[in-house]
Design a protein around this ligand. Sequence first.
Ligand code: AHM
Ligand code: MG
Length: 318
Amino acid sequence: MPVTLNTLATKGENGAAMMPIIQGVGRAAVEISYLLRGAVFRDALGEAGAENVQGERQQKIDLLSDEIFLEEMRATGHVCAVGSEEQEALQVIDEYADAEWIVLVDPLDGSSNLDIDGPVGTIFSVVRRKNGAGGRPVEADCLCAGNSVVAAGYVLYGPATMLVCSVGSGVDGFTWHPNDGRFELSHPDIRVPATGGYYSVNESNADKWLDGMGDKLAAMKKATGLGMRYVGSMVADMHRTLLKGGVFLYPADEKNRNGKLRLLYEAIPMGFLVQQAGGKAMTSPTLSVLDVEPEALHQRVPVYLGSASAVDALLGCG
Ligand code: AHM
Ligand code: MG
């Protein structure tokens, strides 16, 4: 008998409480995957003509995915607000403004890959509202460090649609079964391999990296002999890193002096998963991604995520 998402209800102390939210993410994932498959026929590809709060051009499908995700979080009845990479302000769900949980999401990460039918993903995390239940949530309620995250995960829209998540008790991967119409457990208890794998980075930025990262990467390559893979879609690159090992990095550079990736929507959820899978998630040689205290909704940080041995070989923090 296939194991479904419901199995997460039995995991850890928060599995049961997370169940409605994870089921909501699953429904959003199915809707977004259908949207992606038919997008070219519905004139849903291409730019929406707007920019997000970070000044990046939004694709129509970024905005549609954002709407789908928000509506599915509303439908859970357990989420008081959603913070999204696509929205400047926290989106309060008025009907459930007293609820306990806030969800942070990058609804369609890596959407620049859509032009070439490349893989994209949805990244999410769930936090307990910081200043206690009751009343209308405000932005400060979702500025929670990664070590207080209760659940996190991603959906990978690749050849198969996969939902990989953790409720704080290991990491499990579920694959959408198109005939049975449900997510089934396909990758139980994912552990980042201790050795081997790949390094994954946009190496064309090497001459602009800060913190001596060019020299550090060169030394790491020499010491480990790792090969290189880079899709340019964080979910795809991190999925490979979780399953095969190695290190994914997006360092600070002259253009992105705090790195490119967002703390709340990308770094923390992926850092939480890597750590739950036995790997390491750092933002500098001495600071874990999960110990960064967020100061703003759309804050960015450098990230170094993957097998502990590869992260240590890169940052020299072993
Ligand atoms: P996005 O949230 O605007 O899609 O940007 C994030 C993406 C990540 O998926 C990926 O890791 C990174 O940007 C790639 O950046 P670059 O093209 O600079 O290598
Ligand atoms: Mg993103």
